[in-house]
Design a binder for this molecule. Structure first.
Ligand SMILES: [Cu+2]
Length: 194
């Protein structure tokens, strides 16, 4: 019974994340929609979202990630519910699936890959060459953010969305850094325009 209620609530979230009548961010076709409730590492199953800090990303919180294909390329949207209120978090698309350790999700996905890793060069570590989804929550701890790109992911190289402790830095030497990895959702992003 509890599971049924959960499924119902989850369906509502996806409906909220995916506007009806094609009113998508940038328009186009929804190609990926994934949602989950955060689970602590001790109960983490690879299909779920994981929290590494149950104070800043409570197990009651939810996450929805969607990817659209559209005329200009793709749009990625992140929605969260029930995080800490009035708080700014950093967030990005990462290259590996979530795991029991925060670093398991690997570095950020980059369209043009910085030959020097870890990448802290603003020429590569910026919101146009990577997918940044930083957000600030409202009084309920909810937020929604989207990011548009004129390129598509390479096959198998975009695997998760990570939530970080603070807003993403942009300056030379620390561009792309956003503090501790607080939570993560493994997402089966699509890699080709067709
Ligand atoms: Cu990140």
């Amino acid at each position: 019974m509890a599971a049924g209620i959960l499924v119902g609530a989850a369906a509502l979230l996806v409906a909220a994340a995916v506007p009806a009548h094609g009113g998508t961010p940038g328009g186009g076709d929804l190609v990926v929609g994934k949602e989950s409730r955060f689970a602590p590492v001790s109960k983490f199953a690879p299909s779920e979202a994981v929290t590494y800090d149950t104070k800043k990303v409570p197990v009651t919180a939810r996450i929805v990630v969607a990817q659209w294909r559209n005329d200009h390329g793709m749009t990625i949207r992140l929605k969260v519910k029930g995080l800490q209120p009035h708080r700014t978090y950093g967030s990005h698309v990462h290259t590996k699936p979530c795991g029991t350790k925060p670093d398991d999700s690997g570095p950020h996905y980059q369209n043009r890959v910085d030959p020097k890793q870890p990448s802290v060069d603003p020429k590569y570590a910026n919101p146009h060459n990577e997918v940044w989804l930083d957000f600030t929550t409202d009084a309920d701890g909810d937020a929604s953010v989207s990011s548009k790109h004129h390129w598509w992911f390479r096959a198998g190289e975009a695997r998760s969305v990570v939530i970080h402790d603070h807003k993403t830095h942009t300056g030379a030497g620390h561009a792309g850094m956003a503090g501790d990895r607080l939570g993560c959702l493994t997402v089966p992003f699509k890699h080709a325009a067709r």
